[in-house]
Design a protein around this ligand. Structure first.
Ligand code: ASP
Ligand code: MG
Length: 426
């Protein structure tokens, strides 16, 4: 008998008909003799609708009241799923964030998960009751309702799986797994059977939108085995226990699977793209100690995440150009801050470009293989794609290119790293 946390995303619970389908999947897991806790998102589009109400009510809304409003979407689906399970003859009840409680800390609207008290939940589950938990919500030290940032139900599910010491956290969504790249761009993209936490973390943070990034770091921290799989399956489909989706596991488990010959590791595991970056160039910045600190300190203080940074070799004596990227949504704020500090920084021109995209190749195999970056640069150059900035980590190489060339770049790289499947899916 296993203890399983099942999480269903917004499209899977959009409407009572789909909730019935979810209830069937949950019932089957419980009927297999497993202890089951279910975490649900709000119905697709519901959180956006609630966020808009807050904006209409008060453009400068209080985040604590915003949380009261947006947390309600998950409360509705949790109650509806419990009702639907009961109608099928299953024992089920909902547990709201404050009832468990799911303790959270730091800011409203973007809370972090702390401790989750699992005793009562474990006791109920041991008696065969299915626990239904709204994702996304928790409670602060001040006893107020909090939410965990958009996409936060993934993080709720992983945190609950960690607290319950669950054997697996199954994240049901509208895709049947994590792919080597976006299948809408590359028809020959392949479903990845096993991927290491570190790789998934890099992919999630550079634009593969399957899971909230924070949920992956949490899974890595607590060693929660996570499966991504589809809730849109036919009755005869293989059960979740046979692992039809993508398993996200520790590097230790990966090594074991590699030794047993159950998986083969490519140098590059996946390719992600992100069009939400913007490039900023400051020209003729004084080439002296402290100059870059003058640029990046105010941005850091304002909570603006700077990603790729290039400092060009000074063309003229004593001056240099500095190029970097920020999230597109922060571009206006970054621009205003920098203009404000024009004197102190001493730059000449501030040039921005939002029509850029970041393409990243990720893989643990890079640790032991040289030439990954060279392959990337050469493949892009062969197609005349210009690289505007580069950043790397131990298991990732990212380049910034013209946004119009995104799809071409992804296709070219997918082929270059040998990731194309044999046959295009029909
Ligand atoms: N409903 C919330 C959102 O849309 C949380 C979630 O679904 O993960 O962001
Ligand atoms: Mg989501």
């Amino acid at each position: 008998m296993a203890r399983i946390v099942m999480k269903f995303g917004g499209t899977s619970v959009a409407g009572t008909e789909r909730i019935r389908r979810v209830a069937n999947i949950v019932r089957a897991q419980a009927a297999g003799g497993n202890q089951v806790a279910v975490v649900v998102s709000a119905m697709a589009g519901e959180t956006d609708r609630l966020v808009n109400f807050c904006r209409e009510a008060n453009p400068l809304y209080d985040p604590a009241e915003y949380d009261v409003v947006v947390a309600s979407g998950e409360q509705v689906t949790a109650g509806l799923l419990a009702l639907t399970l009961q109608a099928m003859g299953c024992r089920a009840r909902s547990w709201l964030g404050w009832q468990l409680p799911v303790r959270t800390f730091s800011a409203h609207a973007n809370a972090r998960v702390g401790d989750i008290e699992a005793e009562r939940l474990l006791a109920a589950m041991a008696e065969g009751e299915i626990a239904v938990i709204p994702g996304f919500q928790g409670v602060s030290d001040e006893q107020r309702i909090t939410t965990m940032g958009r996409g936060g139900s993934d993080t709720s599910a992983v945190a609950i799986a960690a607290a319950l010491k669950a054997d697996r956290c199954d994240i049901y969504t509208d895709v049947d797994g994590v792919y080597t790249t976006d299948p809408r761009i590359v028809a020959r993209a392949r479903k990845i059977k096993h991927i290491a936490f570190e790789e998934m973390l890099e992919l999630a943070s550079v634009g593969a939108k399957v899971l909230q990034t924070r949920s992956v770091s949490l899974a890595m921290k607590h060693d929660v085995r996570v499966q991504v799989l589809s809730s849109f399956v036919d009755d005869g489909a293989p059960p979740a226990d046979s692992l039809p989706g993508t398993m996200i596991v520790s590097e230790a488990e990966m090594q074991k699977l590699l030794e047993e010959g159950q998986v083969e590791r490519q140098t590059v595991t996946g390719i992600a793209h992100d069009k939400n970056e913007a490039r900023v160039v400051l020209t003729r910045v004084p080439d002296k100690p402290g100059a870059v600190a003058q640029i990046f300190t105010p941005l850091g203080d304002a909570g603006i995440n700077v990603d790729m940074i290039i400092q060009n070799v000074g063309r003229d004596k004593g001056e240099t150009d500095v190029t970097f990227t920020v999230p597109q949504a922060e571009l206006a704020r970054a621009q205003a801050l920098l203009e404000d500090k024009r004197e102190a920084i001493g730059f000449n021109r501030l040039i921005t470009d939002a029509r850029v995209a970041k393409i990243s190749v990720v893989g643990m195999g890079m640790k032991s293989h040289a030439g990954v970056a060279a392959t990337m640069f050469k493949s892009l150059a062969d197609r005349g794609i210009n690289v505007q900035a580069i950043s790397t980590s131990e298991i990732k190489v990212s380049v910034l290119i013209d946004e119009d060339e995104t799809e071409l770049a992804v296709r070219v790289l997918h082929t270059a790293y040998g990731l194309d499947s044999e046959l295009a899916p029909a």
